[in-house]
Write a protein that binds this ligand. Sequence first.
Ligand code: ZN
Length: 98
Amino acid sequence: MDDKGELIEQVLDRYDTRFNPSRSGWQSIQCPNEDGHANGDKNPSCRLNLTLGLVKCNACELVGDGYNVVMTIEGVDFKGAKQQLGSVYEKVESDWLI
Ligand SMILES: [Zn+2]
């Protein structure tokens, strides 16, 4: 959970954002923040760095780590983002138990 790369992967999966999980350094992805783009982000303007666990969109305000992504998209504060991500991790853990 402290691993920022793992966190951002979980968050992007949650928003069905495609990325290359084996790529280090920066890669272009379609922005998960659909509301920040009037007609969708057709020409990927978001940059992702799995090593740093960070995204930065050049076309909307989305920037930061997995928590920032959830905060921006869901319009919640850090506590709210933590709660939402907590449920993601609980789900993963319960899958492991089966
Ligand atoms: Zn964007």
